[in-house]
Design a protein around this ligand. Sequence first.
Ligand code: PRP
Length: 204
Amino acid sequence: MLTIAMPKGRIFEEALQLLRAAGFPLPLEFAQSRKLILTSEEAQLTFILAKPMDVPTYVEHGVCDVGIAGKDVLLEEQKDVYEVLDLKISACHLAVAGISGQTLDVVTPKIATKYPKVAAAYYRDKGEQVEIIKLNGSIELAPLIGLADRIVDIVSTGRTLQENGLVEFEKVSEITSRMIVNRASYYMKGPKIQEMVERLKEIV
Ligand code: PRP
């Protein structure tokens, strides 16, 4: 049995489709379930449905052999896991955004984000001094209510920015979901994991 951690919602639905296409017989009811642990004896897989930012933690600690997580989460969490495959699902990008036409005329601009490490590294590389403000969601609020001058956040369709009168200024990084593997599992369950990677590779 392989244990797989992944976020609830869209990534889980897309990953289920991918795994089915790769030949894993997974029940259709899985997508509708509210259970946090789902097992398919037939496919020899157990799914642990977690918060996106927690997926690399489960895998690093070895309570899950495999994880599916966005590259944004992997960049931010920097856990000690193997990244083995780009699944090319849930594509989006990380961007710097703010109020249209608003210039940065302060010495240390405030940057609101759910990704403080990624944002700090981005501005450090550019040699710009900023103050990072960590938020847990609805990041687009920050410039609208005067908490920050810019945000670093995920842009998918661009609707959230547009409907809140914000524009994208810079692209930080392209994002897709990746398959990650626990270091010990990679050796202990090598053939099983390798088979899954190969089958998924063909579909991707
Ligand atoms: C994400 C992201 C943006 C939005 C972008 O938020 O933080 O707010 O989606 O999508 P769009 O470009 O298609 O509008 P999420 O729904 O994960 O909620 P959050 O506010 O809790 O981060």
